[in-house]
Design a protein around this ligand. Structure first.
Ligand SMILES: Nc1ncnc2c1ncn2[C@@H]1O[C@H](COP(=O)(O)OP(=O)(O)O)[C@@H](O)[C@H]1O
Ligand SMILES: O=P(O)(O)OC[C@H]1O[C@](O)(COP(=O)(O)O)[C@@H](O)[C@@H]1O
Length: 301
């Protein structure tokens, strides 16, 4: 079974308007809300691709209830740890540019963290855990490391989609896949990455540090796949970006869904890019039909 872990879920509130005037009253043209957070988005896209998963993490308050209900409606299995404070609301403003306001998240006590660790320690070598997104600010910075240690002891493969220190600390435990975007990759090595070619030396460093497979996305400017055997640069489909919220998460889900079906890393990479773009070209997450309609535009080099 695939498990997704979202330590800091969110209700994503997407606001569309033609322009934003800071310091003034702005009226929205359209709004929508979704149960979000990176692991939850991975579970939602997997479900649309016909792959079962179970969503783990912390939820609380009315926003936590909203998330649980939405996932129930989509028939996604969940096993959340209930916390006292409200799950956060992240605001995404789509005007000429996209601006994101992601909140810090609720307080998580040591007892709640222990409850979550207990659930993760039940996973076995048939399972895969996707650890994705930020962690609430009250959790220790080594939380992901602690969790992947448990995975490693129980031979559970795992995927990590996180930034900075969170990502750095899990590399020695050999994640099956990591998916930084080019800004996150640049931040890790204190450099600026502007092209797919720039990605290659740093992607290779991530392999040396322990990752088994690396996907680096560069939004509309391509994507790169690197492992010990091959380096592949890909184009991404062309289209109108409606909201790129969840595009990275869709890549992770698309990759896992296709890899589960075919065991073919190259095909999984192609499908992952079509999934990311299908989400970028939608408000909300991609559908399987939209992903498959974009596949012919993904050209691997
Ligand atoms: N402007 C765009 N045009 C086409 N595809 C896009 C665009 N922006 C994002 N995508 C798709 O979404 C994927 C992830 O986007 P990116 O912004 O790099 O990641 P993240 O959401 O993790 O920051 C890209 O690889 C691509 O498939
Ligand atoms: O945990 P973080 O890093 O604050 O990110 C949370 C946000 O990421 C998202 O999962 C979207 O992520 P991506 O756009 O990177 O795929 C939103 O649903 C959520 O608001």
């Amino acid at each position: 079974m695939i498990y997704t872990l979202t330590l800091n879920p969110s209700v994503d509130y997407i606001i569309e308007l033609s322009e934003v005037n800071l310091g003034e009253l702005n009226r929205t043209e359209h709004t929508s809300k979704f149960a979000g957070g990176k692991g939850i988005n991975v579970s939602k896209v997997l479900q649309r691709m016909g792959v079962e998963s179970k969503a783990l993490g912390f939820v609380g308050g009315f926003t936590g209830d909203y998330i649980k209900n939405q996932l129930k409606q989509e028939a996604i299995h969940t096993d959340f740890v209930q916390v006292e404070e409200d799950t956060r609301i992240n605001v995404k403003v789509k005007a000429a540019d996209e601006t994101e306001l992601n909140a810090a998240g609720p307080t998580i006590s040591a007892e709640k963290l222990a409850e979550l660790k207990e659930k993760i320690s039940k996973l076995n070598s048939e399972d895969l855990l996707v650890l994705a997104g930020s962690i609430p600010s009250t959790l220790p910075a080594n939380t992901y490391e602690e969790l992947v240690k448990i995975c490693s002891e129980n031979k559970v493969s795992f995927v990590v989609d996180a930034e900075g220190e969170l990502l750095q600390k899990v590399l020695p435990y050999n994640p099956f896949l990591i998916k930084p975007n080019h800004h996150e990759l640049g931040d890790l090595f204190d450099t600026t990455i502007t092209s797919a070619e720039d990605v290659i030396p740093y992607g290779k460093k991530l392999l040396e540090l322990g990752a088994q497979n690396v996907i680096v996305s560069l939004a509309g400017d391509g994507a790169v796949f690197i492992n010990q055997h091959e380096t592949i640069i890909s184009t991404v489909p062309k289209g109108e970006v409606k909201s790129s919220v969840g595009a990275g998460d869709s890549m992770v889900a698309g990759f896992l869904a296709k890899y589960k079906e075919t065991q073919d890393l190259k095909e999984a990479f192609r499908y992952s890019i079509a999934s990311g773009s299908a989400t970028a070209f939608s408000i909300g997450l991609c559908t399987k039909e939209k992903v498959e309609s974009l596949l012919p535009q993904v050209v691997l080099k």
